[in-house]
Design a binder for this molecule. Structure first.
Ligand code: ATR
Length: 283
């Protein structure tokens, strides 16, 4: 545990309810390993108290915080500034407090991209990418990929209208690089034939339904790089089936660690000790 004293800076995690989160173990291990006098603490905040809590933080010794469900969108109205990617995504998961001002970022999509590039040693730029799901995780990943000049995004969702709306939003900001795909076998097959990368952004495949997968395994092919945002279990059924046919795969654990690493760097200006953070996820 950090030697807490009058110089200790606090970093919060705001959400409601706060279930088990790996972030405190991951961030505190990182602060300790770099000998940074910061302490990461979960703060469960009811909706009616959010404004009071956020406005008090710059007056105390907080230098930032993470935001989780259900406040990633609502927090924006209390910020002084928002970075351009977080603005495109329309949600904030990381806030830096500097000189009494609050600046919002979203590190989820960058977390995915850094995990992809570090975990696989490949670049996403120029690739054709099929994204399943159109919720918060999909928005963060697809906007980040669009901003990082991928060739094409196929966005497929159970509720087609949500995929179509996300596509309009992406194309209005980054050019006509994305296409909505109905969640119908033939349409998915046609798009997947062209795709280099498949990303599951739905929570299908996590416990207690770890034997489920979000896509018919007949749609996978060996040239696809198959990525999951689910990290519990680390190797989902989707990744197991993909490996069986020879695909390169990427677990969601890396995205979890790298979104935290990116936040750590925003708060401290110090390169994140990614290995230490990975180790903390298995404690
Ligand atoms: P998150 O913030 O984790 O992205 P979310 O915003 O609730 O969570 O989004 C969940 C996504 O998973 C949605 O795209 C959802 O599809 P719908 O828009 O049709 O609801 C998708 N999803 C959830 N359960 C699913 C299932 N059983 N099959 C297919 N898609 C599913």
């Amino acid at each position: 545990m950090t030697n807490i004293n009058s110089k200790t800076k606090l970093i919060g995690l705001l959400g409601y309810p706060l279930g088990h989160s790996i972030s405190p173990a991951m961030q505190n291990a990182a602060f300790q390993s770099q000998e940074i006098n910061n302490l990461y603490i979960p703060i469960e905040v009811k909706a009616e108290d959010l404004e009071t809590v956020v406005k008090a933080m710059p007056k105390m010794n907080f230098s930032g915080f993470n935001v989780t469900i259900p406040y990633k969108i609502e927090i924006i109205k209390y910020l002084d500034e928002i970075d351009s990617l977080a603005k495109s995504i329309g949600a904030v998961n990381t806030v830096l407090i500097e000189d009494g001002k609050l600046k919002g970022y979203n590190t989820d999509g960058i977390g995915f991209l850094r995990s992809f590039e570090a975990g696989l040693g490949l670049r996403a730029e120029g690739k054709k990418i099929f994204i399943l799901g159109s919720g918060g995780a999909s928005r963060a990943i697809s906007m980040t990929l669009a901003m990082n000049k991928v060739n094409k995004l196929y966005i497929c969702n159970r509720t087609y209208e949500k995929a179509a709306a996300l596509v309009v939003d992406i194309n209005s900001q980054f050019g006509n690089s994305s296409i909505a795909v109905p969640m119908v076998y033939e349409n998915m097959a046609e798009a997947l034939k062209e795709a280099d990368i498949f990303i599951n952004t739905t929570n299908v495949g996590t416990y207690p339904n770890a034997d489920e997968m979000s896509i018919d395994k007949g749609l996978l092919h060996s040239n696809l790089i198959v990525c999951d945002v689910v990290y519990n279990p680390k190797k989902t059924k989707l990744l197991q089936e993909a490996e069986k046919i020879g695909c390169k795969t990427l677990s969601g654990l890396g995205m979890l660690v790298y979104q935290g690493a990116q936040a750590f760097e925003i708060w401290t200006g110090v390169e994140a000790p990614v290995d230490v953070m990975f180790d903390a996820t298995s404690q």
